[in-house]
Design a protein around this ligand. Structure first.
Ligand SMILES: [Zn+2]
Length: 91
């Protein structure tokens, strides 16, 4: 199973997937810095993880990138995120 992992964020960059300029890019393994919309296109929908279409909203993806930059302790203490929350299966 191929996955990507959210590693942090970068402000004012170009998407390494489509080239679009971004206010906030999501740093992920394998792909570099990508936009939240491209992130949603790359990952496999998982209805068990997210209601509806099985995808996190673009806003939440950006939020996760910021949370990831602050470390695992912050993520768990402030957001209750633990385990493999930064990892997503690719389509
Ligand atoms: Zn893109």
């Amino acid at each position: 199973m191929a996955t990507i992992t959210i590693q942090g964020f970068e402000r004012e960059c170009n998407c390494d997937h489509c080239g679009r300029p971004l206010k906030l890019g999501v740093q992920v393994s394998t792909y570099g810095c990508i936009g939240a919309d491209c992130f949603r296109k790359l990952i496999k929908p998982n209805p068990k993880r997210y209601n509806g279409n099985g995808l996190p909203s673009a806003d939440w993806v950006k939020q996760l990138a910021i949370i990831a930059s602050k470390g695992d302790k912050y993520a768990e203490d402030r957001y209750g995120l633990y385990g493999n929350w930064k990892e997503y299966e690719l389509r």
